[in-house]
Design a protein around this ligand. Structure first.
Ligand code: RAM
Length: 358
């Protein structure tokens, strides 16, 4: 069975995703502080030869703490900070609501962290606090879900937004058997990452080659298992001709697959989207979710930590074209708008899922 969607959208990386090992990063000696960057982006020029500082205090603020995906992400950040001899901290809300992260950012400013890594629940709600942090000399890296670009120094994106959106459409098309009604089960209504992917999905669906697919609804499970489960039930009841649910969130896809697996809809409505192999294994094996995609969440946290320490050390400032080495992941070049793209996602199905354990 082929695991390849179109080459444009997704490269089936399987083990290869993890095998991008370029030169390892060397120095972690203490260097001088580069001082605060002005909010809005103008910072001192990057010094590519600046040594990576030791002792950098970096706090991770994921969308929420009770999401297995976030746990894996920040675990990668912790591992990187260990390599970099930095100080890792984890804080965050229990729900992914829009304003839930603001108080945590304010506390991190008071604690004089050197770097904040944030997966924004809302691109704008976190902005004033993030810019206060930056005015206080704290470097801000968004990861997974971007803040507005005016309020951070760099963004670690899991894959290109276009690529993820296109992959979701190809997965949905295949899951629906080529045509028919599909629905999206998203995370929260304000999530920057899901909303950006859904925009791409909609523009892909407008293309003639996808005219057989009809998006009937986008529902929001808020990255809450129970709410996602209930929203799945609602979609199935409201749209009796539904062919597939595409869920671009690890919480949503698992809840949708669990619901369908234990219902009369199994075999009639397919599930696909973005999930972790461990949460999806049984649903791949029982045929409910034959194929889905993701990247290695740990690598996002790892890359964000290296980016954060490189920012704090003055090696990069977040400008397009700057390069830095992210330990075992190798060299990265910063793209437009301070975006750093981890790499292509992996597609999982019965033929490869047992090679992955996360
Ligand atoms: C959920 C979160 C996260 C997203 C993944 C795919 O865990 O919404 O932001 O990147 O799914």
């Amino acid at each position: 069975m082929s695991r390849t969607l179109s080459s444009r959208a997704v490269v089936v990386a399987a083990a290869a995703t993890m095998a991008v090992v370029l030169t390892a990063c060397g120095g972690t000696t203490k260097g001088s502080d580069t001082g605060p960057a002005a909010p809005g982006g103008s910072a001192a020029a990057a010094d590519p030869d600046a040594p990576l500082q030791e002792g950098v205090k970096m706090a991770f603020l994921p969308k929420q703490l009770n999401n297995p995906y976030s746990d894996i992400e920040v675990g990668g950040g912790e591992a990187a900070l260990k390599e970099l001899k930095g100080e890792y901290k984890l804080v965050g809300p229990n729900d992914a609501s829009a304003s839930s992260q603001v108080s945590y950012i304010n506390t991190l400013i008071q604690q004089q962290q050197d770097v904040i890594a944030v997966a924004a629940n809302d691109p704008n709600a976190v902005c004033p606090s993030l810019n206060q942090a930056r005015a206080a000399g704290i470097k801000v890296v968004s990861f997974d879900s971007d803040s507005a670009k005016e309020c951070r120094d760099a963004f670690v994106n899991q894959a290109t937004t276009e690529g993820i959106g296109q992959a979701l459409v190809e997965l949905a098309k295949e899951a629906a058997g080529g045509s028919g009604e599909i629905a999206i089960l998203s995370a929260t209504p304000n999530a920057t990452n899901q909303n950006a992917w859904i925009e791409v999905v909609k523009s892909e669906l407008a293309k003639p080659e996808n005219s057989g697919l009809k998006l009937v609804k986008t529902a929001y499970g808020n990255d809450d298992d129970q709410k996602s489960f209930q929203e799945t039930q609602g979609l199935l009841q409201s749209f009796p001709n539904l062919k597939a649910i595409v869920s671009p969130t690890t919480v949503g896809i698992a809840a949708a697959a669990r619901y369908i697996s234990s219902s009369n809809y199994q075999g009639k409505v397919a599930v696909t989207g973005l999930g972790t192999p461990n949460a999806m294994r049984e649903y791949v094996k029982n045929g409910t979710a034959a194929k889905f995609a993701l990247w290695n969440p740990a690598d996002i946290g790892y890359l964000a930590a290296y980016a954060g320490v490189a920012l704090k050390s003055g090696q990069i400032t977040g400008q397009q074209g700057e390069k830095f080495t992210a330990g075992k992941l190798g060299e990265y070049t910063i793209g437009a708008d301070g975006e750093i793209v981890l790499g292509p996602p992996t597609v999982f199905d019965a033929s490869n899922i047992d090679q992955f354990d996360f």
